[in-house]
Design a protein around this ligand. Structure first.
Ligand SMILES: Nc1ncnc2c1ncn2[C@@H]1O[C@H](COP(=O)(O)OP(=O)(O)OP(=O)(O)O)[C@@H](O)[C@H]1O
Ligand SMILES: [Mg+2]
Length: 229
C-alpha cells in the first residue's frame, strides 16, 4: 500500500540547517495499522507530511499502491484527494465552516452531490459523537471536539490510507479509546491502512506494528502487537 525508500528532509540553510530525516525506509501493507513513535523533535510530523503528500523530500521515493508518487502538483493534489485522509496534529479545521461543513468539505472536493455528502458527513459526525454540535464552528468547540471533527473529516471519504499525527493527544482516556476503536472498525470494514504518530501506549497495543523514529532515523519494527481481543 505504502512504501518509502531512503527519504531525507532538512530544514533551513547554512549553519541553521537541520536534518530532520536521514534516509528512512519502510513498507506498510494494505489494512495494517502502524504506529509511529519517537521523542518530540525526532521527525514524526516531518515524515507524515512527506507521506501525506503535503511536503516533498530532499531525497528518496514514495510509492502508493505500487506507483511512485508524481512530482507534478496537480497530480499530487488529485492523488491526495482520492487516496488519503490526513489528521493534523493541530486539527487544521476551516474556521469559517461549521463542524458539519468541515466534514463535508473533502466530499465536495470529490464532487459528491450535496444531499449525499450531507448525509455521509452527518453519519460520520454521529459516529464520533458530535451530532449535537454539528452547526458549531471550530472556535465554539473544545480541543477534543475539534480533534474528533478532524478525524471525521479524514475518514468520511473512506480513503484507503489514513495518516494521523497525534490524533488522540487532546482527548481524554475514554474518548481516545473510542476514537481508536472507531478507526479500527473502519479499517476492518474498508481494509484501510493507518499510519499514526502517537505518544499513547494504549494506541501501540492496538496496532500491528510500531515504528520508532530517533534523531531522524527509523529503527527496526517491533513484533506483532495487536492484541487478540
Ligand atoms: N518548518 C520547520 N522549519 C525548521 N525546522 C523544523 C520545521 N519543522 C520541523 N523542524 C525541526 O525538525 C525536527 C523534526 O520535527 P518534527 O516536527 O518532525 O518532530 P516530531 O517528532 O513531530 O515532534 P513532536 O513530537 O514534538 O510533534 C525538529 O528538530 C524540528 O525543530
Ligand atoms: Mg509532530
Amino acid at each position: 500500500m505504502l512504501k518509502f525508500d531512503a527519504l531525507s528532509k532538512s530544514y533551513g540553510q547554512g549553519a541553521a540547517r537541520m536534518q530532520a530525516l536521514r534516509g528512512v525506509s519502510a513498507e506498510i501493507n494494505a489494512g495494517e495499522m502502524v504506529a509511529l513513535c519517537g521523542p518530540s523533535g525526532s521527525g514524526k510530523s516531518t515524515l507524515l507530511n512527506l507521506l501525506g503528500l503535503l511536503d516533498t523530500p530532499d531525497q528518496g521515493q514514495i510509492y502508493l499502491q505500487g506507483r511512485q508518487v508524481p512530482t507534478d502538483i496537480t497530480a499530487l493534489t488529485e492523488l491526495r484527494c482520492h487516496l488519503l485522509g490526513f489528521i493534523f496534529q493541530r486539527y487544521n479545521l476551516l474556521p469559517v465552516l461549521t463542524a458539519q461543513e468541515n466534514v463535508e468539505y473533502p466530499l465536495a472536493l470529490l464532487g459528491v452531490a450535496k444531499a449525499k455528502r450531507s448525509a455521509q458527513a452527518a453519519a460520520m459526525l454521529e459516529a464520533v459523537g458530535l451530532s449535537h454540535v454539528a452547526t458549531h464552528k471550530p472556535d465554539q468547540l473544545s480541543g477534543g471536539q475539534q480533534q474528533r471533527v478532524a478525524i471525521a473529516r479524514a475518514l468520511v471519504k473512506r480513503p484507503p490510507l489514513v495518516i494521523a499525527d497525534e490524533p488522540t493527544a487532546n482527548l481524554d482516556g475514554e474518548t481516545a479509546e473510542q476514537i481508536i476503536e472507531l478507526m479500527q472498525q473502519l479499517g476492518r470494514d474498508a481494509n484501510t491502512t493507518f499510519l499514526i504518530a502517537s505518544h499513547d501506549p494504549r494506541l501501540y497495543q492496538r496496532c500491528d506494528r510500531v515504528l520508532t523514529l530517533k534523531d531522524g532515523c527509523l529503527s527496526q519494527f517491533q513484533p506483532q502487537l495487536r492484541s487478540a481481543s
